[in-house]
Design a protein around this ligand. Structure first.
Ligand code: BTN
Length: 239
């Protein structure tokens, strides 16, 4: 896989969105710093030049119903590579990687749609690599590879390793031979826990009991079983 690297970009996801027609399948775009890094739900992804910031383009026609599985494929690839450096790493469905309760990596998958199908996918990944302190909104909520392992690793090698692992997982997924859902279940942060989630603007509660074959989170609530296909999930500490 080839990587185009920029010193600074607005956002690697945005760069691919603007230029995908000229880029090839599995092109990786990375940067040392983003001025407009994007997170899920319109949040920003703040970096202090110590993170792995990259996006992978998948340029092919895909059915809309595969979209919920892509973050799990990316989370699997990240987990496999990051566990070489960090222990106690789990996957918080659908796309965060945590060490205990602290976030070490996040994934933002975006799609370029044409009529009823996906023309291209952008898988953006941000990993805290050599940060030593997290201030303001991140205080107490984030961690890095350096903090967890006391090792300063090469950001470019990390990007290369995760991108190749992602490509491998994605090609298996296309051949219907992917184990990434099972992998995410085995390393899940949420399964078995009491959670809260927002659905149609209303906060509901339940116990996360499974991740189904479509990559949806299965939740047992007082009104029955629900399948969530995306969403902001919080642990429910109120019993
Ligand atoms: C999240 O945790 O909400 C997802 C964060 C995704 C951040 C990465 S950094 C590289 C890529 N470019 C972006 O603008 N966002 C993603």
């Amino acid at each position: 896989m080839t990587t185009i690297h920029f010193k600074t970009l607005e956002s690697t996801n945005l760069y691919i969105k603007k230029n995908y027609e000229q880029l090839s399948d599995f092109q990786v775009v990375s940067t040392s710093h983003q001025t407009e890094g994007k997170g899920r739900f319109g949040n920003c992804w703040i970096d202090d030049h110590e993170s792995a910031l990259f996006s992978i383009l998948i340029k092919r026609e895909l059915k809309l119903n595969v979209l919920t599985q892509i973050p799990l494929i990316a989370a699997t690839a990240c987990h496999k590579v990051l566990s070489q450096y960090v222990s106690n790493l789990s996957i918080k469905w659908p796309n965060d990687l945590l060490v205990y309760d602290k976030k070490i990596a996040g994934i933002l998958t975006e799609s370029i749609l044409f009529k009823q199908s996906v023309r291209a996918l952008i898988v953006g990944i941000g990993i805290n690599v050599s940060d030593l302190v997290f201030k303001n909104v991140l205080k107490g909520l984030a961690t890095s590879i350096l903090i967890e392992s006391n090792t300063k690793i090469s950001i470019s090698k990390l990007i290369e390793d995760i991108s190749s692992e992602f490509q491998k997982e994605f090609l298996l997924f296309e051949k219907k031979k992917s184990n990434s859902i099972l992998y995410c279940k085995n390393h899940s942060y949420l399964l078995g826990k009491e959670i809260s989630f927002i659905q149609n603007g209303i906060e509901s509660y339940g116990i996360a009991i499974d991740i189904n074959d479509l990559g949806h989170l299965v939740v047992k609530t007082k009104d029955g079983i629900l399948e969530l296909n995306s969403g902001l999930i919080k642990l429910n500490h109120i019993k």
